[in-house]
Write a protein that binds this ligand. Structure first.
Ligand code: ATP
Ligand code: MG
Length: 601
């Protein structure tokens, strides 16, 4: 491609809308253009990158025996009602774009395809003999993200590879899951990314496991905890660790103490000269279940620990049946405004005890009249502890479970693991923290969807059994931008060779120099012919401008037919290192071939 004929527009200044380096660079270098909130046009250079990433993904998927297909993006609401996700996706989370057609039928724009694929399996897979089966597609997904940001990282329209596998049993599912873990590692390695596979939250779906593939970068929205021995890595939403040891309590007898202005653990411990490990703090949450029922949740946890909302949400989802509900729609820390809806009197916030009375709640049809009391494991074994007194300005010290306070019946593990904690697998290892961009997620679904949608096959014994399923997603457009986030310098993008839009760019310093043009044209034709994807910068611009642009768009090798032509050579500059060499014109092709092959494999 000749730059003179291309839609090639680069910007000198950082666009104001962009916050992170990769987003700025892709806009400045003319790869993408914002059309609306979370909506981007992939311009020709970007589309080439996306096709390369897709091709790597496709090759790795095909190698596992998965089959490519293409499913509809317009999805009937009925399918989502069958699985029970229509209301959650269109109302509670509101992530699905929903519409009504002229016949008054409701439809959604596909954010994911479990419903569509399960209905196909239900129709077409009759017998165990047809299993296992794995279908995948590479397609645009739609999600009405609350906070679209960072360009392609979190768009409302983005490209995903999603695959779904069907099995007769868990063992077969596990095998495909392992194959996918390997395929995903291959994809990311081949795309030139530094990444880590981490244990991930499986959410309310349950199942026996899920892993996320995290590209390591400061701009990542996820926190990853890992150990240096390489034995453990998990998303903080899922991570487990050993809490610090408890310090002995200085309070031998139970008494109430005046503790003015100690509504935080910090202030309280300073005031009482005790360790936060000797405090039971009581944290209030408000859950709204899918039948509209609001439940006030009181979590008692050790003072030096924090509640992990994802873990708490999972516990509350398990308890949905107690409130005649299926799932939790919202989980929040109720602010003053929220409290006004149900608080019968003003709560002793900051001074609540595990037994804070239920009559603080004005129960109603929509509000459960009793606190749901949970105790985290870290608080269960404490003795002679400090906690609230249910009276503002006072705490109690020297308290014990089942003496001063009944131990809540529901013991849960909802503490947040954090950097510096000792690892469970080996207490000599401490957890380290890193930021990650989730580019892939693989999941053992089990029978959640097949059961909900009545998707069964006939087993060898002649029984009707629900499919055991897995699902596997990788964000193609997010992956492409992550590569930039990991690889750039002050001059611009440094594409990994495997996914660069072009391998080489020939920058003609002066287009009125006939010899320069002649050599450039010859190399341009020759390189492209031999499979080295090459751009020709034949614009009537100063050499400096051309070099700057070539650096900005990040093409791995820049070829300059300049002064060295006298010696029958051209200058070849490697983008990543700025290292320059003079190479005989006749050897450019074979040299580049070698370099590219070495970089890709
Ligand atoms: P996130 O937690 O970042 O919102 P998710 O867990 O909802 O993502 P999945 O449903 O697991 O995402 O989708 C599979 C993959 O699709 C993700 O790992 C990610 O790479 C990509 N992806 C998800 N949402 C977006 C988005 N809004 N923009 C771009 N890529 C996305
Ligand atoms: Mg995910």
């Amino acid at each position: 491609m000749r730059l003179s004929q291309m839609l090639f527009v680069t910007l000198r200044e950082d666009p104001a809308e962009a916050e992170i380096p990769s987003h700025k660079l892709l806009l400045r270098a003319g790869y993408i253009r914002r059309i609306g909130s979370g909506i981007y046009a992939y311009l020709p250079l970007m589309w080439r990158v996306l096709k390369k990433v897709s091709q790597i993904v496709r090759e790795e998927m095909d190698a596992t025996g998965a089959q490519e297909c293409l499913l509809p993006q317009l999805q009937p609401a009925d399918l989502w009602r069958e699985s029970g996700r229509w209301d959650t996706y269109t109302q509670a989370e509101g992530i699905m774009f929903a519409m009504t057609d002229r016949q008054q039928r409701e439809l959604g724009l596909g954010p994911t395809h479990e419903e569509v694929i399960t209905t196909i399996a239900k129709d077409m897979i009759r017998s165990y003999r047809q299993l296992p089966l794995h279908l995948y597609q590479i397609q645009t997904k739609f999600r009405d993200e609350i906070r679209p940001r960072f360009g392609l990282m979190r768009g409302r329209e983005f490209i995903m590879k999603d695959g779904y596998s069907f099995h007769t049993n868990e063992e077969s599912l596990k095998k495909t899951y392992q194959d996918m873990a390997q395929a995903y590692s291959n994809m990311l390695r081949r795309s030139g990314l530094q990444f880590r596979a981490v244990d991930a939250d499986s959410g309310a779906i349950g199942g026996s496991g899920s892993q996320e593939f995290m590209v390591l970068a400061e701009a990542g929205e996820d926190e990853v905890l890992y150990t240096e021995d390489g034995q453990y890595a998990a998303n903080v939403e899922k991570a487990v660790s050993m809490p610090a040891d408890v310090e002995p309590s200085p309070f031998a007898t139970f008494e109430k103490r005046e503790t003015p202005g100690t509504e935080t653990i910090d202030k309280l411990c300073k005031f009482l000269k005790c360790s936060p490990t000797q405090v039971v703090k009581n944290v209030l949450y408000q859950a709204v279940y899918d039948n509209g029922m609001t439940v006030l949740v009181l979590v008692s946890i050790r003072g030096d620990q924090d509640v992990n909302q994802v873990k708490l949400l999972n516990e509350l989802t398990k308890l949905a049946g107690n409130y005649q509900a299926k799932t939790v729609l919202f989980l929040t820390v109720p602010d003053a405004e929220a409290q006004r809806k149900w608080a019968a009197k003003s709560l002793p916030l900051g001074y609540m005890a595990p037994d804070v009375a239920d009559d603080y709640i004005a129960g109603s049809k929509e509000v459960n009249s009793k606190f749901l009391r949970l105790v985290d494991r870290t608080a269960v074994d404490l003795t002679n502890f400090v906690t609230g007194s249910n009276e503002s300005g006072y705490h109690v010290v020297g308290a014990n479970w089942d003496r001063e306070f009944p131990l809540p019946a529901l013991v849960v593990g909802v503490r947040t693991a954090k950097k510096g904690d000792r690892a469970v697998h080996n207490p000599e290892q401490t957890l380290q923290s890193a930021r990650g961009i989730e580019v892939g997620h693989i999941f053992q679904l089990g029978t959640k969807y097949s059961q909900a949608m009545g998707a069964t096959y006939t087993s060898e014994q002649g029984e009707e059994m629900p499919f055991v399923m897995g699902c596997y997603g990788v964000g193609v457009s997010r992956l492409a931008q992550s590569a930039v986030e990991q690889s750039y310098d002050k001059d611009g993008i440094i594409w990994p060779v495997a996914i660069a839009p072009y391998h080489a760019i020939i920058s003609i310093p002066n287009i009125s120099d006939a010899q320069q043009v002649e050599v450039a044209e010859k190399l341009y034709a020759e390189l492209n012919q031999s499979g080295i994807e090459t751009l020709l910068d034949d614009r009537d611009e100063r050499a400096g401008v051309k070099f700057k642009d070539a650096d900005l768009i990040g093409i791995p090798y820049r070829i300059v037919p300049g002064r060295s032509l006298k010696a029958g050579k051209v200058e070849v500059v490697e983008r990543a290192t700025h290292k320059s060499q003079e190479i005989l014109i006749d050897e450019v092709n074979s040299t580049l071939k070698q370099w590219i092959e070495a970089a890709i494999n």
